[in-house]
Design a binder for this molecule. Sequence first.
Ligand SMILES: Nc1ncnc2c1ncn2[C@@H]1O[C@H](COP(=O)(O)OP(=O)(O)OP(=O)(O)O)[C@@H](O)[C@H]1O
Ligand SMILES: Nc1ncnc2c1ncn2[C@@H]1O[C@H](COP(=O)(O)OP(=O)(O)OP(=O)(O)O)[C@@H](O)[C@H]1O
Length: 595
Amino acid sequence: MIRFENVSVTYDGAARPTVQDVDFTVPEGELVLLAGPSGVGKSTLLGTVSGLVPHFTGGTLRGRVTVAGRDTRTHKPRELADVVGTVGQDPLSHFVTDTVEEELAYGMESLGLPPEVMRRRVEETLDLLGLAALRDRPIATLSGGQQQRVAIGSVLTPHPRVLVLDEPTSALDPAAAEEVLAVLLRLVHDLGTTVLLAEHRLERVLQYADQVALLPSPGAAPLLGAPADVMAVSPVFPPVVSLGRLAGWSPLPLTVRDARRRAGDLREQLEGRTAPREPAPPAAPPSGLPTGLPTGLPTGLPVVPPAIPSARRRFRRPPPVPSASVVPAEARSLSVRRARVQALRDVDLTVLPGETVALMGRNGAGKSTLLNTFVGLVEPSAGTVRTGGLVPHRTPPRDLVRRAGLVPQEPRDLLYADTVAAECAAADRDAGAASGTCRDLVSDLLPGITDDTHPRDLSEGQRLTLALAVVLTARPPLLLLDEPTRGLDYAAKARLVAVLRGLASAGHAIVLATHDVELAAELAHRVVLLAEGEVIADGPTAEVVVSSPSFAPQVTKILAPQEWLTVAQVREALREEPQDELREELREELREDPR
Ligand SMILES: Nc1ncnc2c1ncn2[C@@H]1O[C@H](COP(=O)(O)OP(=O)(O)OP(=O)(O)O)[C@@H](O)[C@H]1O
Ligand SMILES: Nc1ncnc2c1ncn2[C@@H]1O[C@H](COP(=O)(O)OP(=O)(O)OP(=O)(O)O)[C@@H](O)[C@H]1O
């Protein structure tokens, strides 16, 4: 149904092709997963199917891409619209109307479908994607995940024969992601729809793919095959595969269920061993303590240097290490109304220096709203909020940036220069950091981003990396990250985790709003769960996620009832002798030599 014939794409001004030697077919009625590291060319390849590359992006396409027999170079994107439905990485750029219902109907209107068919399909899609309650809402007022669902819904309603989806679950909560994938699977199985889908969170999609097309590195030819075969050699793989590789399981398991069946021996080996923990987070402050006054806490602020060596050494003046006496973030009985929506209700939250908190919860639960209140972008309708002891919405931005930095859900909002180099130079200047600090951070997090690229032309993961580096350069006492792993491959995520752990060890407070359960498991000391604007759980990560089928990471599900969160913990524990065995050996030795 989709045929790539010796395809290569070279963007204008680029020294070499971004993708080349692409030659494979996606058969009708199959779901093919396009995988590969950040910036390797996945979106570029998807763009050649919808015709956006090169019609809108510029550059040169060699070879031939055909969809249902139509050559995408000689057919404009609108001439392909009746066969191909496309959802890009940025839903906002995709919308053409104002409200949810209009957007769902738009594609069908352009194809001239009869009104009664349109009505029926809009209602069906509202139900399928859980959008009924939002049908009259202006799209601009929706949360990130709600917008992503509308974008997906709007390409489903015309019933295209081919769907091309770029990270379609990146902003979705775990349950919503499963729902969307179930809908896609139904279309593939029942209607013979062909789906080509790029995704970084392989743990979410691998089990649904008929085949995986792997782009292993920039410019390298893709490898197409059965998911387990490709995963055996892939540089990107989900935790279930990582655990399978560690345990030497063959064939590699792709699902939690497969892995659980194989995990008996591993569970036995792990029996009696305990998960090595990160340094304990700071203790809670005494209640009733006024914000901004010395607390005497946290008692055990670790003094480990942060894991951004090259960047850190080159600061001209000492970085603004937060004073342990100021609470970086505090909300008391905080409520926020946004138009007619009660986005937060009676939220109490204190984040201490050195603490990493993951805000989790369904799409629309209020996570971004809470982050935004800490930088004064949204004002409370009741209750109080303090950032480093200041009232954020009454503090001039130049003072607030010394207390807190936010990487927004849409990283583009933070970038305004026209090259990566200029953006980094401005970040160094604004933060008073040594020249090169931001650029080193960019390279440390995600190698391969070139200085002269326009931020607009960066891949999703590259753009997020740049925004993260800009904020991390300022090293604010409070770091607020809204969905900080969209577009990032596993290696880039691991490097981000190392940088953030380093900052937390140096006393920075970090709050991340995320749907990435694997990230929360790796990084967070504490998880705060929001539902409909209220805090419904707040506790140590292991306690909150282990008991939740939605928020438990893969390793937890595989090894339950033992309480492991990450492959790294398991690897570490397997290296250690279990306490019982050690004791037994000691006893043996004592028996042999009683002196
Ligand atoms: N319009 C453009 N002009 C110039 N270069 C571009 C353009 N679009 C993408 N690129 C470059 O092409 C490379 C591949 O980008 P692409 O978005 O296809 O990667 P990706 O695999 O989808 O990345 P991610 O996983 O981060 O979404 C990147 O280095 C990017 O900077
Ligand atoms: N400008 C606005 N006007 C009206 N309602 C809004 C506005 N912005 C957000 N909302 C609503 O407030 C609620 C909370 O939104 P928020 O963006 O904080 O959710 P979230 O938990 O970050 O969601 P997601 O996981 O999808 O990013 C949602 O119901 C959303 O539709």
